[in-house]
Design a protein around this ligand. Structure first.
Ligand SMILES: [Mg+2]
Length: 462
């Protein structure tokens, strides 16, 4: 069978939206060490362990076929595995370092690019070896004989490495909303651990905090309602005017900007119409320049292009709904169109089908026109939306507003980093943390505050 039609390629094409190639690559490098250097305890060793009264240090992992060999103790075995894993992470660390020297070239010829052809941009080096050792100290990953490091564990190690790298110079941290700060569709609860943690971050000198969310409301009151627990927490802690002025909300991915006032209310910050067209043009050229572009005036806008794109997206969604017989209704907004359930919950597979149909159809549509309005077509967990603009532009616009000029000084935290998710776009503009729940966000922020303190940054200075 031709390679073009092999089962592997077809399956990969069908499942690529559920995979992260870089994490899969790291996982594949760890697996041989796990397979070659760790042996399950033999029956004799387990019997010896039981006879010894349960003291693991008296137990040996044996090779039943070689009575003369000196078998390693389980501790030797597992200490060696920790060393092997650490070496692998150190090697990947070097691959990233070498890739960074190549990544701004038109055709990057890094080893990492050859091994993971879809690899993107790294804004900082990543101390993966130290991050692994920190995780292993806490979770004893190398103590396992039957279960190798998982996708989620590698994701966590990457997050820790990014926090270690970013903590000294972090000037802006942005957060997705749903499933990052609160549950899907929920409001920011007053008793959330994240209230204290975000207040701590706002008290760090020179650090701005923003929520960059798909939720697209034009009125501040709607965001104030959803973030009421956090805003009340800021008021209860009497955060200073300087601290709260560093809290921002960007809604509709990149369309509506708000800033917190000294009375703990959100105030709309005017944005020029459609700056994302300009940003997209600049950002597509790459971000090798350390300076962000100046936002143009509204003369470069063209609402016709936006309407045309949303019209096509709406037609695709109506077709998907009809073909899959979805219990759904279409919602059209000035800068978005979406499909939401009108009855029972729409299945994840059906939502993914809608998101991928939109990405495919809109990509084809834009190839037939001169208009290249940036958009984001994504599975929101219980609905699917096409938003004008995306989170890369949203994060960059907040960075512009707060005067941060380098992507390396920013971190975006979100839960939707597969290709059908809306945090995915942020990866092109700054380092990211991929979390899966508000609980994980809280754990990451505890790590971040610890790293900042370790680097001499005062938490509570403002
Ligand atoms: Mg989310």
């Amino acid at each position: 069978m031709s390679d073009h039609f092999s089962a592997y390629r077809i399956n990969y094409a069908l499942r690529s939206h559920k995979r992260d190639p870089f994490i899969e690559f790291i996982k594949s490098q760890l697996l041989p060490a796990f397979a070659l250097h760790v042996r399950p305890l033999s029956a004799a060793a387990i019997a010896s362990f039981l006879v010894s009264g349960g003291n693991p240090s008296n137990t040996t992992a044996t090779n039943d076929n070689d009575d003369d060999a000196v078998p390693p103790t389980p501790t030797d075995d597992l200490d060696a595995l920790r060393g092997h894993y650490a070496q692998i992470f150190a090697s990947i660390e070097r691959l990233i370092h070498d890739h960074r020297a190549e990544q701004d070239k038109p055709k990057p010829e890094s080893r990492l690019n050859m091994l993971v052809p879809t690899i993107g941009r790294f804004f900082t080096d990543l101390p993966l070896r130290n991050a692994f050792l920190a995780h292993d100290d806490r979770l004893a990953l190398a103590a396992r004989r039957h279960v190798p490091p998982s996708f989620n564990e590698i994701r966590g190690i990457l997050n820790t490495a990014q926090l270690m790298a970013s903590a000294p110079d972090l000037q802006l941290i942005t957060f997705d909303g749903d499933m990052t700060l609160y549950d899907d569709g929920a409001n920011f609860a007053e008793d959330s651990h994240l209230v204290n943690l975000l207040c701590d971050l706002l008290s760090v000198k020179g650090l701005h905090v923003a929520i960059v969310t798909a939720a697209g409301y034009t009125e501040a009151e709607r965001y104030e309602f959803r973030l009421s627990g956090l805003l009340k927490g800021m008021a209860d802690r009497k955060l200073s005017a300087t601290a709260v002025a560093k809290f921002w909300v960007m809604g509709g991915e990149c369309n509506y900007l708000f800033r917190c006032s000294s009375t703990y209310r959100l105030e709309r910050v005017p944005l020029p119409a459609l700056p994302e067209v300009f940003y997209s043009t600049v950002l597509q050229r790459g971000t090798s320049s350390p300076d962000l572009p100046t936002i143009p005036d509204s003369s470069s806008t063209n609402t016709h292009d936006v309407t045309g794109l949303l019209d096509v997206a709406e037609r695709i969604l109506r077709l998907c709904a009809a073909q899959m017989r979805l219990p759904a209704k279409i919602i059209r907004k000035p800068r978005a169109v979406g499909i939401v359930t009108s009855g029972t919950r729409i299945q994840r597979e059906q939502l993914d089908e809608c998101a991928l149909s939109l990405q495919h159809g809109l990509n084809l549509y834009q190839q037939t026109t001169d208009a290249h309005v940036p958009y984001c077509a994504f599975n929101g967990g219980s609905d699917v939306w096409v938003d004008i603009g995306n989170k890369q532009i949203g994060v960059m616009m907040v960075a512009h507003a707060v005067g941060v000029a380098r992507g390396a000084s920013i971190v975006h935290v979100g839960d939707q980093f597969l290709s059908t998710g809306n945090d995915y776009a942020a990866r092109r503009g700054c380092p990211t943390l991929w979390i899966t729940s508000p609980t994980e966000t809280a754990a990451a922020l505890v790590e971040l505050v610890g790293e900042m303190r370790a680097n001499g940054r005062e938490v509570g200075g403002e």
